[in-house]
Design a protein around this ligand. Sequence first.
Ligand SMILES: [Zn+2]
Length: 103
Amino acid sequence: MGRRQTMMEKYKQQMKAYRKKRMKLDNTPFLPPDGNVYVMDSLDPTKKIKVEVLKKRTKQHRDIVESLACPVCGSAMEWNRAWEAFICVKHGKKAIYEIVNEG
Ligand SMILES: [Zn+2]
């Protein structure tokens, strides 16, 4: 057995682990239970577009959406953490698609 940790050492270790966890935190959206994903073009928020899910992954027993097909050109779009949206740069102007709830 090693030496006993002081409270301070313990605290520092916990903070380190906490920061590491926070950095890894991802806000990738969950796949709705019915599997249908709708997005909204940030330039035209009145339109709701159904898109195809290209890639998903399971996290904590729920499916999360990793990649969507661009509703305009069909290219695979990856989740952008900073924008909290899927972004396509393959067809002309950069398009930003936010996931919207059905209904
Ligand atoms: Zn596109």
